[in-house]
Design a protein around this ligand. Structure first.
Ligand code: ZN
Length: 163
């Protein structure tokens, strides 16, 4: 099972104590799900929610996963892939207009699509179901969305991340 989770902290909207949230995305019976769960240790405030579909995953959940795990990149494994099955798979998986699907297909054929690992694995399944060979790997070298440190904090000409 393909799943990814992250733990982040925030403030309780009721009593302002520190809250711990567990967020995640996973694929269940071929469908992408997301969830968030948290509870306050001081007051009774707590919740658990889950929903399906890449369109409705809240951006704060996506950003928490991208910050914790980095982004994944989905790319075509065969440069001779025809456009039609790619468009069909993208439109079915993401509920896109033809114009939006064409833009996504061009991006896929070019630099590749970037998102969370579960989102890219979910799209990869939709594409493979239509006979499109794709690969999912880490999106190394791309600026990570949701980065907590501003880029200009990195000194020029020095690799301060030790990697
Ligand atoms: Zn509270």
């Amino acid at each position: 099972m393909i799943t990814q989770g992250a733990r982040i902290t925030g403030l309780c909207p009721e009593c302002r104590a520190t809250l711990v949230y567990e967020v995640g995305q996973w694929i269940e019976r071929g469908v992408l799900w997301w969830g968030s769960e948290g509870g306050c240790g001081r007051c009774a405030h707590g919740w658990c929610e889950r929903n399906q579909g890449p369109v409705v995953t809240p951006e704060w959940v996506r950003q928490a996963l991208l910050t914790a795990h980095g982004a994944a990149r989905l790319s075509l494994a065969d440069a001779r892939t025809g456009l039609v099955p790619v468009l069909r798979a993208l439109r079915a998986a993401e509920d896109l207009t033809i114009a939006a699907a064409r833009a996504r297909a061009a991006e896929l054929a070019g630099t590749g699509l970037v998102g969370t690992l579960v989102e890219m694995e979910s799209l990869a399944r939709a594409l493979r179901d239509r006979g499109v060979a794709v690969a999912v790997g880490p999106a190394a070298g791309t600026p990570r969305r949701g980065r907590l440190r501003p880029p200009d904090a990195v000194q020029r000409g020095r690799n301060v991340e030790g990697g």
